[in-house]
Ligand binder design. Sequence first.
Ligand code: GTP
Length: 471
Amino acid sequence: MTRIKSLRQTMLVGFLLVAGIISLVAYYAISNMVGEQSRLQQQAMSPVFALIDQELMKPMYVGMALAKAGVFKPYLEQSEPDKTALLAYLQELQKEFGFGFFVASEKSGFHMESDGTDRPLLENSTEWYFELREKKMDFRAALGKTNDVHLFMDFRQLNEQGEFLGFVGVSKSLRDFLEVFSVYKQKHGYDFLFVNTNNEILLTSDPRVAPTGSAVTSLADLDWYPEWQQVSRQINSQSNLITRDGRDLLITEMPVNALNWRLFLISPLEARKQAITQTFIGNLVLMIASFLLLYFLVSRVSGHFQSTVSRRVNTDPLTGLSNRLHVEDRFQALLEARTPMSLILADIDHFKSVNDQYGHNVGDKVIRKVADLLVEGVRKVDTVGRWGGEEFIILLPDESLDSAVQVAERIRESIAAYDFRSDDWQLNISISLGVTRASQYESLADLIHAADKALYRAKNEGRNRVVASTE
Ligand SMILES: Nc1nc2c(ncn2[C@@H]2O[C@H](COP(=O)(O)OP(=O)(O)OP(=O)(O)O)[C@@H](O)[C@H]2O)c(=O)[nH]1
C-alpha cells in the first residue's frame, strides 16, 4: 500500500515537473516569437524614422527656421533687390545644408533658386505660386512639375503689417531621394511610398511608380492597395499581410503629420520568415525534448508500476516464489508451446510440530529457507512455486521422469543435510516429494493429482523420500 502511494506521489511529481517544463518551454517559445517579431518590426522601423528625419524633417525645419527668422524679407520687400547678392546667399545655404533654397517675390515678380534658376512669376509657368497665394496656405510640401522633379517645401512670408511678400523655402531633387532610397532598400529590404492627402505618390523607393514631370501615380493604381485597404478596414489595423504573386508582403501605414502625408512601408516577409523559422525550430527542438522527457518519465513510472503490480500478482509474499496463479500461467504457456515437462510436488515433513513447538515465526523461517534450497536445486528455466502452506510445486520443462526424480533426490538431500538453526532453536527438516511426467494435453489438475498420489506414498513410506508416479 505504501509503495503504491509513493509510486503515485512520484508520478504526480513527475507529471507536475514535466507539465512545468512544457509550460515553461511554451512560454519561452511564445515570448521568443513575440520578441523576434518585435525585434524585426523595430529593425524595420528605426531606419525609416532616421530616413524621415534626415531627408524630410531636416529640410522642413531649416526652411521653417529661415522663413520665421525672415532672412529673405529684405529681398522680398524691395521692388528691385540685389539679385546677385540673393543668389550668392542661396548658394551659400545650399552648400551648407546639401539641398536647394528658393525665394519667390510678390513685389518684384521673380522666382530664384539656389541652382541659378531665375524666372518671372507667370500664371502659366509658375501655377503653384498663384495657387498657394489664392489658398492663403502658410506651408505646403509638393512636387514641382518640371522635367527634373523636385520636392518643394513652401513657406508663406508676410511683412510687419501682415502684407503678403511671397514664398521662400527648400527644394530637393527627386533623384537625390531615389539614391538615398535605393541604399535603404538594399540595406533593409523594403520599399516605401510617401503619399499626400490626394493619395498621390510623391516619394518612393520604387522607380516604377515614382512621379515624373508629366505624371503622378495614385495609390489606388497599385495592385495591392484595394486588398490592403479592405483588410485594414476589416480588422482595423494599419499593418496587414498581403499575398502578391506568391510573396507575402507586410504593408504598414504611418502618418507623417508634419507634412500632412502618409508613409507606406512594404516589406517582403522572406527574411523575417527565416529568422522566425529559426526561432521556431529552436523551440520545436526544446518542445520535442520535453515531450521525450515526459514519455521517458511516463514509461519509466508505468514500467515500474507494471513490474511492481505483476510481481505482486504473481509472487508469494512469504517466500518470493511464484504463487499458484503464476504456476498455472507458466504451465499453460509450456502446454501451448507443446513443451514436454515433469512436475514435482514437495511437502515439508511434520511441519505442524515445528509450528507447535517453536511458533509460527520459526515455521515461516523454515518455509523461507526450504524455498531458497528448492530454487538453488533447480535450473533457471524451472518454475518453483508455493502451492499451499508448506507444500511446493516445481515445473521442469524438457525434463524426463528419471532426471526429474534425480533433481528431486538432490533437493531432498540438500534439505535433509541443511542445518536449520538460530540462537535458541535447531531443527532437522526433511521433505517428501512426488514426481510425475506430463504427457501432451494433460491438465495441471490431473498432473497434480498424480504427483499428489506419489507424494502421499512417500509420506506413507516413512517420509524424507522421493516417489515417482506410476500413472
Ligand atoms: N508457520 C507457518 N505454518 C503454516 C503455514 N501454512 C501452513 N502452515 C502450517 O503447516 C502445518 C501443516 O500440517 P499438516 O498438513 O497437518 O502436516 P504436517 O504436520 O506437515 O505433517 P505431514 O505433512 O503429514 O508430514 C499446519 O500446522 C499449518 O498451520 C505458513 O505459512 N506458516
